[in-house]
Design a protein around this ligand. Structure first.
Ligand code: CTP
Length: 401
């Protein structure tokens, strides 16, 4: 197996001692680790203990002349396949979010051109402070992966969110990022529909629903990161294809259905697309001219892709998940959709304009299955996608056991 290379930046927090176990686990996976210990980190663990486990020199100070001549901070950041920050303190997170570079750790992070993953660890009040929330959102918007924190007893004696994520969860996230080891959705095939469909009226006009495609794209990326072979069937959007995902562009609902049926069999199908419910009965080959009479368009109902997949006689996906975009009575309407369309799970969200969910980067959803409802807190669409993909992985793990 090709050796991957990981930079581990150890911030100042009581959880720093847990990184010794993290290093050991990474080395077991044949991942080389080079560590940078911040001044704070060095208050909790010694460079010697870190070096003993990594088998490498430990870097501690930007202005150490020998370090700079032997290996400057730019080179430090370039060597890595991944830069992992654990534990990431509120201060270190603030520095990354604002692009500050005033020590070796923050300078390496600013100079990094490889994926960055941070594992926050701090007191619950610090984690919940609006400033930390803003910084975390900024990191996520900048493409940084945030793992954790977990909830539970904190070193300060309080209880709540703020514990360093479990080492197992950090290892899983590193595996995903580096593409090493077994991933929970390895060997599974996934299908995701995303974006709007455009239903042509004439060569220049169409009917469509509002949809940026962000949520569906994020979900396809998250499924791929857990190891699934993922096909994204997308209506027109301005988004780039998530790394590793196969994308098929379509325009209308009919094309989306044909593409989805052709992709079967899959293990999981997630219909996130905002499919137009109607299409014009007649397509005018020429641009329709304005006239004195009011314009009337006869509409036909479009096929319901989620319903068709859920009711497929042959090759029904093992798990079919729909979305319910609602503006009122969110849970009731979503439950009715779950039953009517016969899908297995439905993700409900309130898309009233004042929520800013449509087209925005944040979302707040409820996951409904046949017998329970989980309400998830407000989070980025990326994070929601990761959590949904984890739920899918858990579903298959339980099924296999
Ligand atoms: N959906 C679909 N094909 C359609 C319409 C909807 O696959 N023609 C899927 C969506 O991708 C989503 C779910 O069905 O997963 C619910 O979509 P939504 O627009 O919320 O509901 P509709 O079925 O269109 O019902 P209504 O517009 O009456 O709320």
């Amino acid at each position: 197996m090709q050796t991957k290379f990981n930079y581990l930046i150890i911030g100042g927090g009581i959880a720093a001692y847990k990184t010794l176990d993290l290093i050991r686990r990474l080395r077991d996976m044949h991942v080389s680790v080079r560590a940078i210990l911040t001044d704070g980190g060095a208050q909790f663990i010694t460079p010697l203990s870190v070096a003993s486990l990594t088998g490498e020199k430990v870097y501690t100070d930007l202005f150490s002349l020998t370090d700079e001549t032997e290996m400057g901070h730019i080179r430090l950041s370039r060597d890595a396949d991944l830069v992992l920050v654990a534990p990431a303190t509120a201060n270190l997170i603030a520095k990354i979010a604002s692009g500050r570079a005033d020590d070796l750790a923050s300078t390496t992070l600013l100079a990094a051109n490889k994926p960055v993953m941070v594992c926050p660890s701090m007191n619950v009040e610090m984690w919940l402070k609006p400033s930390t929330r803003r910084n975390i959102m900024q990191l996520e918007a900048d493409g940084v992966t945030v793992v954790g924190p977990a909830s539970g007893d904190l070193a300060c004696g309080e209880f709540g969110e703020g514990r360093l994520a479990e080492i197992n969860d950090i290892i899983l996230a590193v595996k995903r990022s580096l593409g090493v080891g077994n991933l929970p959705l390895n060997g599974r095939r996934a299908l995701v529909t995303a974006g709007p469909t455009h239903e042509a009226i004439d060569p220049v006009r169409y009917i469509a629903n509002r949809s940026s495609g962000k949520q569906g794209y994020a979900i396809s990326g998250a499924l791929h990161r857990l190891g699934a072979e993922t096909l994204l069937i997308s209506g027109p959007t301005n988004l780039g294809t998530p790394e590793g995902v196969e994308r098929l562009d379509i325009t209308s609902a009919d094309e989306m259905l044909a593409a989805a049926e052709a992709a079967l069999p899959v293990d999981v199908a997630i219909c996130v697309a905002a499919v137009s419910d109607w299409k014009p009965k007649h397509l005018s080959c020429q641009k329709i001219k304005k006239g004195s009479k009011p314009m009337l368009i006869d509409l036909l109902e479009n096929p319901d892709i989620l319903r068709q997949l859920s009711r497929a006689r042959n090759n029904r996906p093992n798990l079919v998940i729909g979305f319910a975009a609602e503006t009122n009575q969110v849970l009731e309407n979503a439950k009715a959709k779950l039953l009517a369309k016969k899908c297995d799970w439905i993700v409900a969200n309130n898309v009233s304009l004042e929520t800013g969910i449509l087209g925005g980067d944040q979302t707040e959803v409820h996951l409904l299955t046949s017998d329970k409802v989980e309400s998830w807190p407000v989070m980025s669409k990326q994070k929601m996608a990761a959590r949904l993909a984890e739920s899918v992985a858990k579903y298959f793990t339980l099924q296999a056991s």
